[in-house]
Write a protein that binds this ligand. Structure first.
Ligand SMILES: [Zn+2]
Ligand SMILES: [Zn+2]
Length: 142
């Protein structure tokens, strides 16, 4: 396990995340929601226990945006209210103790230390994007 640190664009929000060895990589998500929320072609994520994330600055002041995923269950997105950088998402379908961390905002995400580990929603990958890791049409079989 290693501890990683992240901060939002404006610096109002900072956090640390403890990632187990098998979590030390990005899961690329190509779904349309990720495209729209990020303004890009995919997002970088990792599924971690909620207890592994610690908001060290600005924690009480995160904004929350809720949408409904393919399952029909709520997905709550937590972001810096000032600069709107998304810190993590909580999908109700994963239970109370599990969150989706945006690994692209970690220092080690920005400097390239963390590598792609898998790709999900491959069915929505744009035609000109290259495959960089094992790709699942939607989600890995559970
Ligand atoms: Zn910010
Ligand atoms: Zn997505």
């Amino acid at each position: 396990m290693s501890e990683y640190s992240g901060k939002c664009h404006c610096g109002n929000t900072e956090w640390t995340a403890k990632l187990e060895k098998e979590q030390q990589g990005h899961v690329l998500c190509h779904c349309d929601t990720c495209k729209i929320l990020s303004g890009s072609t995919f997002t970088l994520n990792q599924i971690i226990p909620k207890s592994a994330l610690s908001i060290t600055k600005g924690g009480d002041d995160l904004g929350k945006y809720t949408y409904y995923g393919d399952s029909g269950k709520g997905v709550h997105c937590y972001y810096c209210k000032n600069c709107t950088a998304h810190v993590y998402h909580h999908q109700e379908i994963l239970g109370h103790d599990t969150i989706i961390l945006r690994t692209g905002l970690l220092k080690e995400g920005l400097d390239g230390t963390l590598k792609p580990a898998a790709e999900i929603y491959g069915k929505s990958r744009l035609g000109w994007e290259k495959e960089v890791a094992q790709t699942f049409e939607v989600m890995p079989p559970s």
